[in-house]
Design a protein around this ligand. Structure first.
Ligand code: SF4
Length: 382
């Protein structure tokens, strides 16, 4: 049996890149979840000149440049693009997810800017994966995305939510950002973080009791990730496996400013028609939307096999409405939750499970050749 995957407990940043199987991964946190056209073009150019040309869109709506060789040169150019923080601690705290569906004048971007500044000037030593989500639409769309403290709008007022809690706290436009910072401080002061790790949901599950002003029922949100569509805010397009290349990114940047999403999708701001380009998914029925796969080998040093080609070839065999997760190891980075069908690399073969996560996939295995020769094996429960 292979060794347990290494859990790092922190996310890479631009100032703190993470070594990977294909060089350094440099993660860029766009302010307010938006890249101007000049910033997006600049990142595409950086990825081509200093990396291997591949760019990931992470589940926290950040862009990752892969295979970076000259980190110092990248930092200099990111600074010119306005995409870098003044130090590592600020970068780590500025972990903010913004709904891509904001509309001009709805206050979302102002609030995002205010929250980013409040985080930058605070002294909070939050765990590396601790994050915030912000949305001002009528129906929350980020509830399934990773965040510990959520700001939502309810009519003319705001709600502050602690991830995992059923009750929310009311707030006003003026109080919501200080209240969010206060909640993060409460998390730390009540023992939510240990050894630089900890999440709100786990803290509450261990019995932590929220402050008494958390009294309002949180609006129920059932929506999961949307599909490619023309939305009032622009054209929402998907990236296969959440990855694109420098050429495609540059082409998209020529069309519109880009809003980053946690759903492996980009929103082309203000665009009212779907772009006709290779390398993006524009049809909600595309089979590639039914599969998810991590970097696998050789991109990830922990991977026990390549995964994306297998996932791509198996995609047409995945029934509509189902999700296949192909993981390079038991860590399950691409889809930590349970999937309808899960394949986990073990070396020569892949363990197959149903309704489970990559961590608890049963010991029922097939080689890639067997699966490709007979994809119905995917649907064959023992
Ligand atoms: S799940 Fe994939 S990306 Fe994550 S550590 Fe394992 S092989 Fe690497």
């Amino acid at each position: 049996m292979s060794a347990a995957p290494l859990v790092k407990g922190w996310c890479p940043g631009a100032l703190r890149p993470m070594p990977s199987g294909d060089g350094l991964v440099v993660r860029v946190r766009a302010h307010g979840g938006r890249l101007t056209q000049a910033q997006a073009r600049g990142l595409a150019d950086l990825a081509a000149r200093h990396g291997n040309g591949l760019i990931d869109l992470s589940a926290r709506a950040n862009l990752q440049l892969r295979g970076i060789r000259d980190h110092a040169a990248v930092l200099t150019e990111l600074a010119t693009l306005g995409l870098i923080d003044s130090d590592q601690a600020i970068e780590a705290r500025r972990n903010l997810l913004v709904s891509p569906f904001w509309r001009q004048g709805d206050g979302t971007q102002d609030l995002a800017c205010e929250l980013e500044q409040a985080l930058a000037t605070s002294d909070l030593a939050l765990p590396g994966k601790f994050g915030f989500a912000l949305e001002c639409g009528e129906t929350p769309v980020l509830r399934h995305a990773s965040a510990d403290i959520r700001i939502e709008k309810a009519g003319e007022t705001y709600l502050l939510l602690a991830d995992g809690a059923r009750l929310a706290a009311p707030a006003t436009r003026d109080s919501v950002v200080p209240e969010a910072i206060h909640l993060a401080r409460w998390f730390l002061e009540t023992g939510g973080a240990q050894d630089g790790r900890g999440r709100m949901r786990e803290h509450l599950a261990r019995g932590a009791t929220l402050p008494p002003h958390f009294t309002l029922p949180a609006i129920c949100a059932t929506e999961t990730a949307p599909g490619p569509a023309i939305t009032p805010a622009g054209a929402l397009v998907a990236l296969p496996f959440g990855q694109t290349d420098s050429h495609t990114l540059a082409t998209l940047a020529d069309l519109a400013p880009l809003r980053l999403t946690p759903w492996r999708m980009l929103l082309l701001e203000g665009l009212g028609t779907m772009p006709d380009l290779p390398g993006i998914i524009t049809a909600p029925t595309d089979p590639l939307l039914r599969v998810t796969a991590c970097s696998g080998a050789p991109g990830c040093a922990q991977a026990l096999a390549p995964v994306r080609d297998l996932a791509r070839q198996l995609a047409p065999s995945v029934p509509e409405g189902a999700m296949l997760h192909v993981s390079g190891c038991a860590k399950g980075c691409a889809h930590p939750a349970a999937a309808d069908i899960t394949l986990v690399a073990r070396g020569q073969d892949f363990a197959l499970g149903y309704g489970c996560t990559a961590k608890d996939t049963p010991d029922n295995a097939f080689t890639p050749a067997q699966l490709l020769a007979d994809p119905t094996l995917l649907m064959t429960r023992n």
